[in-house]
Design a protein around this ligand. Structure first.
Ligand code: FUC
Length: 870
C-alpha cells in the first residue's frame, strides 16, 4: 500500500504554516521542513545542537533555504511526502511547463538533496537565496553570521556567543543551465534540471565534558566546523543525483520497509490528507489515514534519531523558532521515553542507538545528579565520596542535565532505565545486556535504593511526586499551583519496583557469579527490598490509587490530569498484566475516570494503556481522539504546540493493539477494535526478537507467521491457535497456546486459525452492603472476588444463573474494599465482564468527597453525585 501525505496547496509561509502544514524530512543529523511554496520555495533547517542560552533557552532555527521562482499562475499543484521512499515532491504547471521539485535527506551522505526539473528544455530558472535567521547582536544572546556565494557554493557560517557555538551550512548547486553568484545568492537560468545539496553542523560534540563542564564557554571545542562541513560536501558532491538517491533509499528502506499495516483500506485514497483529516474530525474514519499515521511515527523516528546523531528531542529534529517551545529539550518525566516506545516493537531498534550514545555521554554527569539529589534530600547523611548510581531530572538538554525533584519523583529515572531493559529484551543481545543494560539498571537501582525508607516493612520513596500532579486545578490559583509532594506515590513505587525486578532478571540471566564482586551487596539489598515496594493499591472507587493516602478516585489533584503516572505499571511497565486481572480492571477504572480528552502525548499514553487492558474499542477511541483532536494537517502531534512525543506514542499504542509480548508469551491481536474487522500487519517485533506477521478476518486471527531472529523458545497465546494448520512441531498446553523451539532465521507459520467464539459479557452488576450481588445476563456467569489490593480474583462460583448471588464467605468488616467481577461462565477472570467495588464509606465520606472533587476541579466538567459506594 502506497503511503503518502498529499496536499493540493502549499504550506502557509508562517510559523503556524510550519507547525501545521510543512512536511518534515530528516536524516537525524538535521531536519528539514518543506513548505512547497511556488514563488519562493522554503526549506527550513534544524540542527539539534544550535542552542540558545539558559534553561529553556531552547533551539534556534538554523537556516532558511529559499529558492525564488518566476512562477505565478500555476495549475495542477500537488505536494506530497512519500513515506515509502523518504522523499518530498512538489509539482505544478506554469506556462505550459511541468515543474517538479523532489527532495530527500540522506543519512549515509549527511545531505539534503533537492532536484528541480522542467519538462521543457531550458525552462528552469530560479535564484537560491538562503538566510541565517534571527541574527542579533544582543550581547546576551548574540548570533552573528554571514551568507556568501562563491562559484556554485553558498556558505552560511556564524557564531553564537552563549556556548561559543560555531555553525556552518553549505549549499551547492549543479545544473545544465547558467549559474551566477552574487553576494549571498546564486541564480540559475536556462536550465532543464538543477540539483542542490545542503549539509550543515556545529562544533558541538557529544561527549561527557559537554555535561560535566559548567562554564558554558568551555563545553565545546573551540574549532569552527568549516573543514568537516566542506569534507561532507565534497564527499556528497562526488555522487550523481541517482547515486545519492540510491544510497539514501537503500538506507531508508532497510528500516522503513520492515513493517506493513492494513486496517481494511489498502489503497491510496483520491482525497488529499488534509481533507481526509477534516472528514475524520467529522466522524468519517479513514482506516488508511490511521495506518498512515502509525507509519508516519516510524518515518519520523528514522528521520530524527540515528546512530551518531543526537536523539530525537521534544520536537524531534524540527524547529522553526528563535526559541523553541519547552526548549526543544529532552524531557525525562515521560516525553523522551515515549519517543522511544515504538523503537523496538515497530522494528526500529537501531534508532535507539542515538539515545544510548546520549546516555553514555551524560552518564558521568548523571552520577553527579544522583549525588546532588541525595545531598538535597538527605543533607545529614550525604557522603560526597559515595557512589549513588545515576539519576536524571525532567528538563534536560544536550548540554546539561536537571536534578530530579519538585513535580516529579525519583522514579522518573527508572522510566529511562526501562528503555535499556527493553533494548535487551527485544534484541536478546547478551553483549548489550552485559555492557549496557546491566550497568544502567544497577546504577539506577543504586540511586533508588537511597530514595526509599523502611516504613513498617514497606520501602517507600520518602520524597515522592506523581509527575506534574497538582494540589488543585489551574483555575483555582492560576499563578501559584503547588505540586503535590508526598511519600510513596504509586508512580515512584511502581518505577522503583520495575527497575528492581528488571535488574534481578538481568542478574539471573548473566549469572550472579559472573558479575563483579563489588556489585553483590547492592544486588543482595535489592533482592531484599524488591517485593516490599508495595507499588499497587486499590482504592474505594475500585481504582489504582495514585497516592497511598487517597481513598476515592480524584480525592487528590486534578481529576482529568494529563499524566497517568500511577498506571506506568500497566504501560510501559509490566506489573499489571492478565496475571493480575484485579489490578488490570482497577487500572481500567482509573483510566476511565481520567477521561479520553487530553493533550497529544497524554492521549497517546492512554492509548497504550487501554491496549494493555485488551480493550480494543476503547484503545481505538483514544487513537481516533489523537488523530481527530491533536493532529495537525501535516500529521504532527499537537500538545499543542507541536510535540513529537504524541506521534511516537501513537505509533507505539497501535503496535500494542496489534501485538503484545510483555508477559511470558507473544500475544498477537490482543486489542482489535470492531472498527477494524479485517486487516493484517507484517514486521512488528515481539520480545525475544521474534518478527511477527498476522492477518485477521471478522475480528479473529486467521494466520500467523513468526520469524525468529535469535532462536530460543517461542510461546504464543492466541485464541484457537493450537487448532490452526501448522508447518512445525509445537507443544499445545491448551487450544490457545503454542510452545516451540526456534532456530535463528527460522520461519514458523500457522494458517486456518479457527474463528474465536464471541461471547457477550454480563452487565449491570450491583452489590448491597450485605454483599448480595445482582446482575443481568443471558447465560450463566462466573462470580469472582478480590479483597483489598489482591492482584488476582478468587473464583466464588463457576456458573450461576438467575442473576443473583450472596457472598457468605467474606468477612467484609476486616477488609477496606471487596471487589466482585462477573464473567460469562467458562471464561477466565481476565475476560471482559462487569465489576463493582464495595467499601465502608459513609454518606458523610461520599458527600464530602463530591465537594472536594468539585472544588479541586473545573465545576463545569465534574459534577459528582454520591452513589451507594461513592
Ligand atoms: C511534561 C508535560 C507537559 C509537556 C512538557 C514538555 O512536563 O507534563 O505536558 O509535555 O513535558
Amino acid at each position: 500500500m502506497e503511503l503518502k501525505l498529499r496536499y493540493l496547496s502549499p504550506a502557509a509561509d508562517s510559523a503556524e504554516g510550519w507547525e501545521r502544514e510543512s512536511l518534515p524530512l530528516g536524516n537525524g543529523w538535521f531536519g528539514v521542513s518543506v513548505f512547497g511554496i511556488v514563488e519562493r520555495e522554503r526549506f527550513q533547517i534544524t540542527e539539534n545542537s544550535l542552542l540558545n542560552q539558559g534553561a529553556q533557552g531552547g533551539l534556534n532555527n538554523f537556516a532558511e533555504l529559499y529558492f525564488r521562482f518566476p512562477h505565478h499562475d500555476v495549475s495542477g499543484y500537488e505536494r506530497c511526502l512519500d513515506l515509502d521512499h523518504g522523499l518530498s515532491a512538489v509539482s505544478y504547471e506554469a506556462d505550459g511547463v511541468l515543474y517538479r521539485r523532489v527532495a530527500f535527506a540522506s543519512y549515509p551522505d549527511h545531505v539534503l538533496a533537492i532536484r528541480f526539473t522542467a519538462s521543457v528544455p531550458g525552462a528552469l530558472s530560479f535564484t537560491a537565496a538562503p538566510e541565517i535567521p534571527y541574527l542579533t547582536d544582543d550581547p546576551e544572546r548574540e548570533k552573528t553570521g554571514e551568507v556568501k556565494a562563491d562559484g556554485n557554493t553558498i556558505t552560511l557560517a556564524g557564531h553564537m556567543e552563549n556556548f561559543n557555538l560555531y555553525f556552518e551550512g553549505q549549499l551547492r548547486l549543479f545544473t545544465d543551465g547558467t549559474m551566477t553568484a552574487d553576494g549571498g545568492t546564486i541564480s540559475v537560468t536556462g536550465a532543464t534540471e538543477a540539483t542542490a545539496l545542503f549539509t550543515c553542523g556545529t562544533n558541538y560534540v557529544l561527549r561527557p565534558e559537554v555535561f560535566t563542564i559548567y562554564d558554558a564557554h568551555q563545553k565545546l571545542p573551540d574549532v569552527k566546523p568549516h573543514e568537516r562541513i566542506s569534507a561532507l560536501m565534497e564527499a556528497a558532491s562526488a555522487f550523481s543525483w541517482d547515486e545519492l538517491y540510491e544510497r539514501h533509499e537503500a538506507d531508508y528502506r532497510a528500516l522503513f520497509g520492515r513493517v506493513s499495516l492494513n486496517f481494511g483500506e489498502d489503497r491510496l485514497p483520491d482525497l488529499p490528507t488534509d481533507e481526509l483529516l477534516r472528514r475524520y474530525r467529522e466522524g468519517e474514519r479513514s482506516h488508511y489515514l490511521e495506518a498512515l499515521y502509525v507509519q508516519y511515527g516510524r518515518y519520523l523516528l528514522i528521520s530524527s534519531s540515528r546512530k551518531g546523531t543526537l536523539p530525537a528531542n521534544l520536537q524531534g529534529v524540527w524547529n522553526v523558532h528563535d526559541r523553541s517551545p519547552w526548549g526543544a529539550g529532552y524531557w525525562h518525566n515521560i516525553n523522551v521515553q515515549m519517543n522511544y516506545w515504538p523503537a523496538f516493537s515497530a522494528n526500529l531498534a537501531e534508532t535507539f542507538e542515538a539515545y544510548r550514545a546520549f546516555y553514555e555521554a551524560y552518564r558521568p554527569q548523571a552520577g553527579w545528579v544522583a549525588g546532588e539529589y541525595i545531598r538535597r534530600t538527605q543533607p545529614d547523611s550525604f557522603d560526597p565520596d559515595e557512589d549513588y548510581g545515576w539519576a536524571i531530572g525532567t528538563s534536560c538538554y544536550c548540554v546539561a542535565l536537571a536534578v530530579p525533584g519538585k513535580h516529579s519523583g525519583p522514579g522518573t529515572g527508572a522510566l529511562t532505565s526501562k528503555l535499556f531493559w527493553e533494548l535487551y529484551d527485544f534484541t536478546r543481545d547478551e553483549e548489550i545486556l552485559r555492557r549496557v543494560t546491566y550497568p544502567a539498571l544497577l546504577g539506577m537501582a543504586r540511586f533508588l535504593s537511597h530514595c526509599v525508607k523502611d516504613y513498617d516493612g514497606k520501602y517507600l520513596s520518602f520524597f515522592s511526586a506523581s509527575p506534574e500532579q497538582l494540589f488543585t486545578m489551574p483555575w483555582g490559583w492560576p499563578n501559584n499551583i503547588p505540586d503535590y509532594q508526598t511519600v510513596g506515590c504509586a508512580f515512584d513505587q511502581e518505577m522503583i519496583s520495575e527497575n528492581a525486578h528488571d535488574l534481578l532478571r538481568c542478574v539471573d540471566i548473566l549469572g550472579e557469579d559472573t558479575l563483579p564482586e563489588e556489585d553483590r551487596p547492592l544486588i543482595a539489598k535489592i533482592r531484599e527490598q524488591a517485593d516490599r515496594y508495595d507499588p499497587i493499591q486499590v482504592g474505594w472507587s475500585g481504582q489504582i490509587k495514585e497516592y497511598r493516602e487517597e481513598r476515592f478516585y480524584g480525592d487528590i489533584g486534578e481529576y482529568h490530569h494529563r499524566h497517568i503516572s500511577h498506571l506506568m505499571a500497566l504501560f510501559p511497565c509490566s506489573q499489571i498484566t492478565s496475571e493480575t486481572p484485579a489490578w488490570r480492571d482497577a487500572a481500567a477504572v482509573s483510566l476511565d475516570r481520567r477521561g479520553d480528552k487530553s493533550t497529544g502525548w497524554a492521549l497517546a499514553h492512554r492509548l497504550n494503556a487501554w491496549a494493555r487492558t485488551c480493550d480494543g474499542n476503547r484503545a481505538y477511541r483514544l487513537l481516533s481522539n489523537l488523530i481527530a483532536e491533536r493532529t495537525a494537517q501535516n500529521l504532527w502531534d499537537l500538545h499543542p504546540p507541536f510535540q513529537i512525543d504524541g506521534n511516537f506514542g501513537g505509533t507505539s499504542g497501535v503496535t500494542e493493539m496489534l501485538l503484545q509480548s510483555h508477559e511470558t508469551y507473544i500475544a498477537p491481536l490482543p486489542a482489535l477494535p470492531d472498527d477494524w474487522p479485517d486487516g493484517s500487519f507484517t514486521g512488528l517485533v515481539a520480545r525475544g526478537n521474534f518478527v511477527v506477521d498476522a492477518a485477521w478476518r471478522d475480528g479473529s486471527a486467521v494466520s500467523l507467521r513468526i520469524t525468529s531472529r535469535k532462536g530460543g523458545t517461542c510461546r504464543v497465546k492466541l485464541p484457537g491457535v493450537a487448532r490452526g494448520v501448522r508447518d512445525f512441531e509445537a507443544e499445545t498446553p491448551d487450544g490457545d497456546r503454542l510452545v516451540f523451539e526456534t532456530v535463528p532465521g527460522g520461519i514458523y507459520t500457522v494458517s486456518a486459525i479457527p474463528a474465536r467464539e464471541k461471547r457477550t459479557a454480563p452487565s449491570g452488576l450491583r452489590v448491597s452492603r450485605s454483599l448480595e450481588l445482582t446482575w443481568t445476563s443471558e447465560g450463566p456467569v462466573s462470580v469472582w472476588r478480590a479483597q483489598d489490593s489482591d492482584p488476582a480474583y478468587t473464583l466464588l462460583a463457576p456458573s450461576v444463573t438467575g442473576g443473583s448471588f450472596h457472598d457468605e464467605t467474606c468477612d467484609f468488616a476486616s477488609h477496606d474494599t471487596v471487589t466482585y467481577k462477573i464473567t460469562a461462565a467458562g471464561e477466565g477472570p481476565d475476560a471482559p465482564g462487569d465489576r463493582v467495588t464495595a467499601n465502608h464509606s459513609t454518606l458523610l465520606d461520599r458527600e464530602r468527597r463530591c465537594h472536594i472533587v468539585r472544588q479541586l476541579n473545573e465545576p463545569a466538567q465534574l459534577t459528582l453525585t454520591p452513589g451507594d459506594w461513592e
